[in-house]
Design a protein around this ligand. Structure first.
Ligand code: MEZ
Length: 539
């Protein structure tokens, strides 16, 4: 397949300017210009894309429309026919089979708790395995947790929760140590020290990685640990509601067996939600880097149980996701390309932004270039994007470096007869991350006692813009903190009678607001499934 002739012609412009661009520096924008760019071009600021939530703990606050739709939908389990006598009872119930859930389950197990992990798809199916670039931790002598703290707060425009950021940056190096002990094969220097690379908004090359399949390698190791320790896990078993006790403490969850359509309760002294993000809601119809299960399930069930949300009108659009070939549109093209000096280039072969601005700024600049300045490149089907000039990698780092550092993407594009060593990639921003989420403390605990939220489903640590490399580290730091905390407290927790009264109360509140639609949430899978599959889970 390769690039069609009209795109090839425009690649000629990129090639022409390449030698001159090699020595070019574009200064970072002053704060005021950054803010102007965001307000004018960042999708969060578009008219009509968010609205106020009319029920629940955040009544009156803004969230993006697609999420409000789900928050204002009904539960599958508002009926006396659901028996709450538990079939399974456990100290710690972990919901989610990605990196955050695995870290929580392993740590709770290490701390003597009985653990069950339930996951909507298969163990490991998650955004964790899609993580390419790597994980931030201040491990080098030139770096420090203080620098990591300042970068994280600055990247989030100082809207982050400082206590939680402090926990993140102080624990991050310990997570690297934990992974090294478990056998994660980080890419290293000849002297055995970890390699680090740059990300937007960072003051040090702080991202540690395993080529460009970091999440896949880490998840493989964590999954092996879960299997080796024989931690019980149930696949194809999403949570569709939380269970509380009479005093309002979290007491377990209602599980939906996707293979048999059966709904059953698990009683748990603590529940740790690690359900990930919302990419598959396709906010504003953007393509997404997220896996198929990223449908906001944890946000929905925790919200009904009374957990407060933070910054749910703030979405991260990763600047570089595939715009061509369309078969893989939305696939993440790691920021590390830019961290290693690769340029963003418009249809005239010109750079238009310092590639190491924070993600929100870079994404806005690309949108301006394409939609406002008319300097994007069109694909045969009418998609538009700008070039990421990947041949700069081997010019800067030497022959063989594409294969070494970008193994996964090199092979992915090869399948479409595009050689990214020689030809640039056409990219456009895609939905990558929810910046906000469930409000927690620095141990991941929410305002509902014994209910924890870790990783992307939680909000606060990133403020309104997450730095590249802070997602993986977030879910491992808080997965471990929540796992340890929940396990240590579990034996002293005494639950009263289990109830779903909060669901009835929520339904009543919806009715009082005149919201009487038949939509059901969590949706569990994106709605481009086959009609038949859709019907099957709309009980
Ligand atoms: O943290 C991320 O989202 C990240 C490093 C992504 C990437 O560009 O590889």
């Amino acid at each position: 397949m390769g690039y069609p002739p009209e795109m090839k012609k425009l690649i000629g412009e990129v090639e022409k300017t390449r030698p001159k661009r090699l020595g070019q520096t574009i200064p970072l924008l002053p704060l005021e210009e950054q803010e102007n760019l965001l307000k004018k071009y960042h999708p969060d600021y578009r008219d009509g894309v968010r609205r106020r939530i009319s029920v629940g703990p955040n009544k009156g606050d803004f969230a993006c429309n697609e999420l409000v739709d789900l928050l204002e939908s009904k539960s599958r389990v508002d009926s006396p026919r659901f028996d709450l006598s538990p079939e399974l009872s456990v100290d710690v119930l972990v919901v989610g089979g990605g990196g955050g859930g695995a870290a929580a389950a392993l740590t709770a197990h290490d701390n003597g708790a009985t653990v069950i992990l339930v996951t909507k798809l298969r163990l490991g199916d998650s955004n964790t395995v899609m993580a390419e670039g790597g994980m931030n931790a201040a491990t080098s002598p030139d770096d420090s947790p203080v620098k990591h703290y300042i970068d994280t707060m600055g990247g989030g425009h100082f809207t982050n929760n400082p206590q939680i950021v402090k926990a993140l940056v102080l624990d991050a190096p310990k997570i690297v140590g934990w992974f090294e002990n478990l056998g994660v094969a980080f890419t290293k220097n000849a002297d055995g020290t970890l390699q680090g690379t740059w990300a937007g908004g960072a003051s040090c090359p702080r991202i540690h990685f395993v080529a460009d399949y970091t999440g896949m390698e880490i998840m493989k190791v964590l999954r092996d640990e879960i299997l080796n320790r024989r931690i019980l896990y149930l696949e194809f078993s999403p949570v569709i509601e939380l269970i509380l006790d009479e005093e309002g403490k979290c007491a377990g969850a209602m599980i939906f067996d996707l293979e048999t359509n059966r709904i059953f309760p698990i009683r748990a002294n603590s529940v740790i939600l690690a359900t990930g993000g919302i990419g598959r809601l396709h906010i504003q119809n953007f393509s997404t880097t997220n896996h198929y299960g990223a449908t906001a399930d944890g946000l929905v069930v925790a919200y009904r149980a009374g957990v407060k949300l933070l910054y749910m009108d703030s979405i991260q659009f990763h600047p570089t996701t595939v715009a061509y070939p369309e078969q893989i549109s939305g696939l993440l093209v790691t920021e590390v390309f830019r961290g290693r000096g690769v340029h963003l280039v418009n249809s005239k072969g010109e750079r238009f932004i310092n590639e190491l601005e924070t993600r929100d700024v870079v994404a806005s600049a690309i949108i301006r270039e394409v939609n406002d300045r008319g300097l994007g490149v069109s694909t045969p089907s009418g998609m538009k994007g700008v070039w990421l000039d990947t041949p700069l990698i081997e010019m800067r780092l030497g022959l063989g470096s594409m294969e070494k550092f970008f193994t996964h993407l090199l092979h992915k594009f090869n399948k479409f007869d595009i050689n990214i060593r020689k030809e640039p990639i056409l990219i456009y921003p895609g939905q990558h991350y929810q910046n906000g989420g469930l409000l927690t403390d620095e141990y991941g605990e929410t305002n509902v006692p014994n209910l924890y939220a870790v990783g992307e489903v939680a909000g606060g640590v990133h403020g309104r813009n997450r730095l590249g490399g802070n997602s993986l580290i977030d879910l491992f730091v808080f997965g471990r903190r929540a796992g340890e905390n929940a396990a240590q407290k579990a034996k002293d927790i005494h639950l009263g009678k289990l109830t779903l009264k909060h669901v009835e109360d929520f339904h009543r509140a919806l009715k009082e607001q005149g919201i009487d639609k038949n939509a059901i949430s969590p949706v569990l899978l994106p709605d481009y499934r086959y009609e038949k599959a859709l019907q099957k889970i709309q009980l």
